[in-house]
Design a protein around this ligand. Structure first.
Ligand code: FAD
Length: 329
């Protein structure tokens, strides 16, 4: 499929970028570009045909990491830097591991955390031009024939899963996104409320308005004694999208769990909290048996499709292992 011609603008300020993005219409789309990894795919796949691209990488100051009070990641910080920054790794191990296990070294060098959170689904019905305009949403749904990689929860209407794997860790850490340039100025949205079930016709599968620029990802300070782990299960050992991924953040006093945050990715249209598993852990001494019970609770109520019931035992195992890995520190 041939790409359309488009105009390229190097933005120098967030306000300038937001102003240009606010002019976007269906007929004349104006689209932000960060690392360009997903954007270029979407353009080559014929899903996006921008009239103008607004390059955010020329805006100064959006690539800073600040670990002073919790963690602030400028939206242009790359996945590679999140993986390799010693302060981030020392304090937010599950996030570093999630970034370091995403994609390939080349992609991680270019991909930014803002663009990563705003990437579109990898559903093959969504991506294939054969299905554009004739119901990728329906094809990505329960009725789809090839649903090996689709959701096993909340899949009654649409079974595409949200693609970002760092999102799994960020939701577990209770992180937020800062958005600037909208009608009400700057605002901060919790990532647990940010994602929307993917739909073909949306510009983003997230609560970001036309004309808004993501400026930062903010992670709150950790409780004393917090320990975390991230695990991503793939079909093969080299780079791959997950069957599922899991992030666990525990606050421990000795062997007793004081607080637990367990989030699962690639199993539902948005990152899914394992609330019942958290409840089982909190206030109790963490044993292998308790981790097993919590993992069983995490998959309760799953509604797998014709070809993805294999995900249920895989997820159960990954939840159990990630809980034990977090507790082991
Ligand atoms: C081989 C391969 C394997 C991969 N494996 C994984 C994986 O395991 N896990 C994973 O999470 N990802 C994976 N990815 C996806 C990749 O990580 C994302 O495509 C990338 O992170 C997107 O970031 P970007 O900076 O390139 O965003 P872009 O492509 O530049 O932008 C993506 C979207 O976000 C918008 N956008 C970007 N930044 C902003 C901003 N600051 N404000 C407002 N809008 C913005 C753009 O308009 C666009 O709609 C893989 C990709 C490839 C090619």
């Amino acid at each position: 499929m041939a790409m359309n011609s488009f105009e390229w603008v190097d933005a120098t300020t967030v306000e300038q970028a937001a102003g240009m993005l606010a002019e976007s219409t269906e007929q004349r789309p104006v689209i932000a570009k960060a690392g360009g990894i997903d954007l270029l795919d979407l353009m080559k796949e014929g899903i996006l045909a921008p009239m103008r691209l607004v390059n955010l990488k020329t805006i100064r100051g959006l690539d800073e990491i600040d670990t002073e009070n919790g963690l602030s990641l400028g939206a242009l910080v790359t996945l590679d830097r999140i993986d390799s920054d010693p302060q981030v790794r020392a304090r937010y191990l599950a996030l570093s591991d999630a970034a370091g296990h995403a994609a390939t070294p080349q992609v991680r060098n270019a991909a930014t955390i803002g663009g990563n959170l705003l990437q579109r689904p990898r559903c093959w019905y969504f991506r294939h031009d054969h299905f554009h305009g004739e119901g990728a949403d329906e094809m990505g749904s329960r009725g789809a024939d090839e649903n090996q990689h689709h959701a096993i929860f909340d899949n009654d209407k649409n079974a595409m899963v949200q693609a970002s794997t760092p999102a799994t860790a960020l939701v577990a850490y209770d992180a937020s996104a800062e958005l600037a340039g909208g009608a009400n100025g700057s605002r901060v949205v919790k990532l647990s409320d940010f994602f929307l079930p993917p739909e073909m016709q949306r510009a983003h599968d997230a609560r970001i308005e036309t004309g808004e620029v993501m400026t930062r990802v903010i992670v709150p300070p950790l409780n004393a004694g917090a320990k975390a782990a991230y695990r991503k299960q793939t079909e093969r050992d080299s780079y791959d999208w997950p069957i599922c991924d899991v992030a666990v953040v525990l606050t421990m006093e000795g062997q007793t769990v004081q607080n637990a945050s367990i989030v699962m990715g690639w199993v539902a249209p948005t990152p899914r909290r394992a609330a019942e598993s958290e409840r089982l852990l909190i206030g109790n001494r963490l044993t292998d048996d308790l981790a097993r019970q919590a993992a069983r609770a995490a998959v309760a109520g799953a509604t797998p499709l014709a070809k993805n019931s294999y995900k249920v035992p895989v997820l159960e195992t990954v939840v159990r292992r990630t809980i034990l890995a977090a507790a082991a520190g």
